[in-house]
Write a protein that binds this ligand. Structure first.
Ligand code: UGA
Length: 457
């Protein structure tokens, strides 16, 4: 039987990754993107952001004709059996989700949709969004099925997460449509070896022992699974950060504490790394979105309010801790090197990055002279709008460290982990290292003659 033709609306992180994978699993895929720069990148077989393994797959798919970039809804949707909406859902100033792109994409897609096709919502939306889209679909009388199919990939390991998935969640009332969407992922699973080869993924980097669960739920459950999964992980991080403050006050080491907590399989080690807190395009917005959804339904999610407040406090907490260890306790005219700007390692994405928050507080509020270096983040234009204009952007770690009184490791890139403490000592003018990611060995740093400040240690 012929494979369905797929359209992916939106070439953001989720859309580009999905398009690259489906097209390399043998599907004919339209990447529908209205932003001219993003579209032109896709048409050249490239992504506008840095993500390991994606470009070889995009390149192959575009060359072989299985991936077609277009800005025409008519061209893409009218030929597609399954349409995945991967458009952005930014947050509004009040923390709730801005659904204007999701609804606009659905409206336009429905106009050209084939009768009996399937409309899949993949980007994250608040619970209840699917009901609104279903109303739109029903108004057209084309028998279009709606499926909620949330994405669980992490930036920085997007391709591996999506191809070697631990679960696929599909929610909707049309069981035939649910099955067809599940079948697409089963087909991707069958193409794993070919995808690994084309992307150049080492066998060692391929996850083992996957459960590959296919969960079929109601539409609302699928929506809620997605945001609650992110909210729970954010909660774990904020829990670790609040215990880190206690560890600081009581003279314990949070790294040892979380190791001890996490070795209980009921708790698990993941997402208990204390540090400057979570950022990015997902956790901050999903936490505030969940709080808003709760309020809309008359449910106060105080636990998430607390997680969010804890997260907001971390950059200031770390700066305050550092201030007690630098000369007169102020940063006025002190030169500070910030290492890392992306919201996490292995991505160029700096949306809501706590590293940027630390850099801006230092520059704007603390009177420090700030330099910053990140291996990838400055390849995206958006960062320049976020960063305080007085901050000097450096192109190497050494350039950033030179003449600095202190360094703050704000994103745990491997490059910063790998740099020998003796080299930090050599290039830094001062002696203070603030490890806002707890990613260095404190003893090794001290042995190099530097002062080490971590978070909760
Ligand atoms: C997150 C989820 O992990 C994915 O499962 C989900 O699909 C994605 O959001 C999404 O909704 O699209 P992502 O935002 O790419 O993925 O990155 P994470 O690896 O989850 O990290 C989020 C933030 O938490 C980063 O700033 C990271 O530095 C921070 N973090 C993570 C910690 O501070 N401590 C930890 O222990 C782990």
């Amino acid at each position: 039987m012929a494979l369905p033709t797929i359209t992916i609306i939106g070439s953001g992180y989720v859309g580009v990754t999905s398009a690259a994978i489906f097209a390399n699993a043998g599907y004919r895929v339209y990447a529908l993107e209205i932003n001219p720069e993003r579209l032109s990148a896709i048409q050249k077989g490239q992504s506008f952001f840095y993500e390991e393994y994606i470009n070889p797959l995009l390149h192959h798919a575009v060359e072989s004709g299985s991936l077609i970039g277009t800005n025409s809804y008519k061209e893409a949707i009218s030929q597609s059996d399954v349409v995945f909406s991967c458009v952005g859902t930014p947050d509004k100033p009040d923390g709730s989700s801005d659904l204007s792109y999701v609804m606009a994409a659905a409206k336009e897609a429905i106009e050209y949709a084939k009768p009996n096709s399937i409309y899949v919502q993949k980007s994250t939306v608040p619970v209840g969004t699917g009901a609104k889209i279903e109303d739109l679909l029903a108004s057209q009388n084309k028998n279009i099925a709606y499926v909620s199919n949330p994405e669980f990939l992490r930036e920085g390991s997007a391709l591996i997460d999506s191809v070697w998935f631990d679960r696929v969640v599909v929610g909707g009332s049309n069981s035939e449509a649910n099955k067809k969407v599940n079948d697409i992922y089963k087909h991707v699973a069958l193409a794993r070896e070919a995808i690994a080869m084309r992307a150049g993924i080492d066998a060692d980097n391929i996850p083992k022992g996957l459960k590959n669960e296919y969960l079929t739920t109601t539409r609302s459950s699928a929506e809620l699974i997605k945001v609650s999964a992110n909210a729970f992980l954010a909660l774990k991080i904020s829990f670790a950060n609040s215990i880190a403050k206690l560890a600081d006050a009581a003279g314990a080491d949070i790294v040892q504490v979380t190791e001890g907590i996490g070795s209980d399989p009921r708790i698990g080690r993941a997402f208990l790394n204390a540090g400057r807190g979570y950022g990015g395009g997902c956790f901050p917005k999903d936490v505030s979105g969940l709080i808003s959804s709760g309020l809309e339904h008359g449910v106060e999610l105080n636990i998430m309010q607390a997680a969010s407040a804890e997260n907001h406090s971390m950059p200031g907490y770390i700066i305050k801790k550092a201030s007690r260890h630098i000369g007169d306790g102020t940063f006025a005219n002190k030169r500070v090197a910030i290492l890392g700007a992306a919201f996490k390692a292995n991505t160029s994405d700096s949306r809501k990055s706590p590293a940027i928050k630390i850099a801006n507080i230092m520059s704007e509020k603390m009177g420090a002279v700030v330099s910053i270096y990140d291996p990838k983040a400055f390849s995206e234009d958006g960062i320049y709008k976020e960063l305080h204009s007085d901050i000097l952007v450096c192109s190497t770690v050494v350039a950033s460290l030179q003449d600095a009184d202190m360094a703050i490791i704000a994103t745990d890139w491997q490059e910063f982990r790998d740099m020998a403490p003796i080299d930090y000592a050599k290039h830094l003018k001062g002696t203070l290292i603030v490890d806002a990611m707890n990613c260095l060995d404190p003893d090794a740093v001290r042995q190099a003659g530097l002062k080490y400040i971590g978070v909760g240690r």
